[in-house]
Design a protein around this ligand. Structure first.
Ligand code: V47
Length: 347
């Protein structure tokens, strides 16, 4: 898109005031220009190897040091058993996100990736959020460059988009004081992109943030993407209200979620893919979001613990046949992709 046609901050805010369906149609037009009626997904498995966390984010129900008293840390053998199982059933990606565990070694973190990559070189390892990279750097006295180089050496292929939350410093201070700052989050992703690697970027919304904060978040992403082009996908994560310290009484409405998806599709003109993460939006709303700019539905997931702990219905993933049938029945074309958005199969 021509720089002059770019939506600026005020225009982005105005988009929220548009007629709901007209806004949806505008985002859908953009989506169709980019992807037609294709909706991407991959066959993946989320693994959350430990919930022991040194940080105290108010929105988190997963961390064992807060409301969840049930601590766990998986052994490499346990993790490899899961990977053997999903590999046998055709998974292409393993998505590994942990809490910030001060009781295990750096080798425990890195060994997970090394062992998976050695035994299953064809599997894409998407692992370590920028928040984990920052934690490992602080806890083990390493620079970001050193941690990122170790990730490459040990077989991490791409980085997930977690830990972004909301970049506005005032909101960030309120919801997750003490963890990776916004500037640090971007520094880590910039350095990762400079290594020729791709990553995703999330936004946690539907809690105390304003529409202005969401747009500011998107604008900051657009700025780095102009420089590196390294973001594959933007993922707005709908805040789940259960078992955490934010105490939000009125969850965000479906209307506001869909508007935010549409605004994101229009503002992020340089990020190709917009993910409706069904885990936090529900499958039903993710299907509707396909008409509000979303072209990616993540994947079958199989198991997920972080959002499930806060009330999402994602503990057991979705069945592949049901998933593809739902995409088809909602008027879209289910296209299985790899982790870098190369098409594998039209279902
Ligand atoms: O950063 C924590 C979020 C994220 C809650 O890159 C919550 O493809 C909602 O990074 N309600 C981790 N969200 C998950 C993540 C992710 C997920 C899906 C796809 C990708 C990708 C990355 O989970 C955290 C945090 O923002 N989270 N608690 C909650 N109560």
């Amino acid at each position: 898109m021509n720089q002059r046609d770019r939506i600026d901050f005020e225009e982005a805010l105005q988009l929220y005031e548009m007629d709901f369906f007209e806004l949806g149609a505008l985002a859908d037009k953009k989506r169709q220009e980019l992807h037609g009626k294709k909706s991407y997904f991959n066959i993946n498995r989320h693994i959350n190897p430990t919930n022991v966390c040194a940080d105290t984010c108010k929105f988190c129900a997963y961390s064992a040091t807060r409301k969840n008293p049930h601590q766990y840390t998986m052994s490499h053998e346990e993790i490899l058993k899961i990977v053997a199982d999903i590999d046998a059933r055709g998974a292409k990606e393993v998505h590994i996100v942990s809490a910030h565990n001060p009781n295990v070694t750096l080798e425990w973190y890195l060994g997970i990736f090394k062992k998976i990559k050695t035994a299953y070189p064809h599997l894409h390892v998407k692992a370590l959020t920028a928040a984990e990279v920052d934690f490992l750097s602080r806890h083990h006295g390493l620079s970001y460059d050193e941690v990122l180089d170790l990730m490459v050496e040990n077989g991490v292929d791409s980085m997930p988009g977690g830990g972004a939350e909301i970049f506005d410093e005032k909101v960030r201070d309120y919801i997750c004081k003490g963890k990776v700052t916004s500037d640090q989050w971007f520094e880590i992703h910039r350095k990762w992109h400079e290594r020729g690697k791709k990553s995703n970027v999330t936004m946690l919304f539907g809690h105390v943030e304003s529409r202005e904060n969401r747009i500011d978040h998107m604008m900051r992403i657009r700025e780095l993407q102009d420089i590196t082009g390294g973001f594959n996908c933007f993922i707005p994560l709908v805040y789940q209200t259960k078992n955490n310290y934010l105490n939000i009484k009125a969850p965000i409405t479906a209307n506001e979620i869909l508007k935010t998806m549409a605004v994101a599709r229009l503002v992020l003109d340089n990020v190709a893919n917009l993910k409706a993460y069904w885990v936090t939006s529900t499958v039903n709303l993710a299907l509707v979001a396909q008409e509000f700019g979303a072209n990616d539905l993540d994947g079958t997931i199989e198991k997920e613990s972080i959002n499930a702990a806060a009330g999402a219905k994602s503990a057991n993933g979705v069945n592949l046949e049901d998933f593809t049938a739902l995409i088809k029945n909602s008027g879209f074309i289910p296209v299985e992709r790899d982790s870098l958005y190369n098409e594998i199969k039209v279902w």
